[in-house]
Design a protein around this ligand. Structure first.
Ligand code: FAD
Length: 391
């Protein structure tokens, strides 16, 4: 890796690292030199429960390898998402409300800098680099070649999915946003609203509960009572955490679709008012082609028990994340985002990059920006890693 970077430096070719290749803004693609880490995907688990994971590993491989040891890490659901890109931007997932972000479980990382030095960083060695990597590390400071995580025992979990149609949408969103972000930590309940031409609107609350089926059913009853309308479909099934991830990855979760994805998102510290929910839903009725989605991700819990400056991931007092996603052209994403933005916190998840932001650096990094710029100056003073936006 160091030799490749030296070649890029000598020839003036731009070099860009790629983990799983899923960056929504295409930042792991280049007409220059692609540093594809895909084959660095070895995974080893120590007796102390620490896992050393090659930066090219993808999530399905990570979960499978850790499952052999009865262990896991809090991480996302897309099976082909790269562990590197996910961790370096934060990492939201089904265990996040109990164990925090994927980057919160990071213990150390090996990084190749632009000057060819290979550093092992952690809270003692090059702590500013380690701090910066946890939430702002994607393509910014160096090429991460391996990551060490503190794993947790793989839990038994119950998956649930509740499907409503049109009439209940506003009530489901209103009940969900009052309930999911402050639910007990072992409940992760996300919400998606899907509009497709010629089909009724689908409203799905789905997720995982680290309890048995009966306890999960009781929890589901509470949510249904708060909504006031029974769901048409109700699924509750228990499984190992790895199998649950697999099931969710093939159901309502974001799929590895080849379709073009256009999306904008924002964090919210407070619930949306009833009128805003109604206006958001009105924007879904005239879909004539493709698909429109509103995806709500519950935060709170362990995500918010870490200080905003403890890692570079600054968004530690948000209640939920809302994405407006489509695969059709037109202005719907912009309109829908603008309706919700009035009530948003202005913060944006770095792993959902948004090319329309006026001040992307503040939106992604907030009050951590000055410290990140100092770390950039220390570890990449010539701004070699700069495509397309350097901190
Ligand atoms: C199907 C799908 C499901 C998803 N599910 C979730 C989810 O559940 N939770 C969640 O939080 N997010 C989720 N995401 C978003 C995901 O976190 C981001 O897209 C993330 O950036 C993907 O990482 P990657 O390694 O696959 O992508 P890449 O495009 O390879 O990398 C993303 C960025 O990190 C940089 N980078 C990659 N590897 C390195 C490295 N080794 N060293 C330095 N920089 C590097 C790249 O240059 C690029 O800027 C999902 C995305 C998709 C497409």
């Amino acid at each position: 890796m160091a030799r490749t970077i030296a070649y890029a430096q000598a020839t003036g070719v731009r070099a860009v690292p790629r983990g799983g290749g899923h960056c929504f803004a295409g930042r792991s693609s280049t007409e220059g030199l692609l540093l594809d880490l895909g084959r660095l995907d070895a995974i080893a688990v120590n007796a102390d429960g620490r896992a050393t994971i090659g930066a090219g590993a993808r999530l399905a491989h990570v979960y499978n390898a850790l499952h052999q040891h009865g262990r896991t890490i809090p991480a996302g659901c897309g099976p082909t998402v790269g562990i590197a890109g996910l961790t370096l931007g934060g990492g939201l997932g089904l265990l996040g409300r109990v164990h925090g972000l994927t980057c919160d479980a990071l213990v150390s990382a090996q990084v190749v800098l632009a000057d060819g030095r290979v550093l092992e960083c952690d809270t003692q060695r090059d702590p500013e680099l380690f701090w910066a990597l946890r939430g702002a590390g994607g393509g910014q400071f160096g090429v991460v070649t391996s990551l060490v995580f503190a794993t947790v025992a793989e839990p038994h979990a119950t998956r649930f999915e509740l499907h409503w149609t049109d009439g209940a949408a506003a009530a489901v969103i209103a009940a969900w946003q009052q309930w999911a972000p402050i639910a007990p930590d072992d409940i992760t309940a996300n919400l998606t609203v899907v509009a497709e031409p010629g089909r009724p609107l689908r409203v799905v609350v789905f997720g995982a509960v680290l309890r048995d089926g009966d306890a999960t059913s009781t929890m589901v009853d509470e949510l249904v009572a708060a909504v006031g309308t029974r769901p048409g479909v109700r699924v509750c099934d228990g499984s190992t955490f790895r199998d649950l991830k697999r099931a969710l990855a093939t159901s309502v979760q974001r799929t590895d679709s080849a379709r073009v994805r256009i999306g904008r998102s924002e964090f919210f510290a407070d619930p949306l008012p009833t009128a805003a929910i109604a206006t958001l839903l009105d924007g879904l009725v005239d879909v004539s082609q493709g698909r429109r989605e509103l995806n709500f991700t519950a935060l709170g819990g362990a995500y918010n028990r870490v200080g905003p400056d403890a890692t570079a991931f600054v968004h530690r007092s948000e209640q939920f994340l809302l994405e407006h996603v489509t695969d059709e052209g037109g202005q719907w994403v912009e309109r829908s985002w603008a309706i919700a933005h009035v009530y948003g916190s202005g913060g944006v998840y770095p792993n959902f990059p948004d090319l329309e932001l006026n001040d992307w650096a503040t939106a992604y990094h907030g009050d951590n920006l000055a410290r990140l710029r100092a770390a950039k100056h220390t570890y990449d003073p010539d701004r070699f890693f700069q495509f397309p936006q350097a901190i």
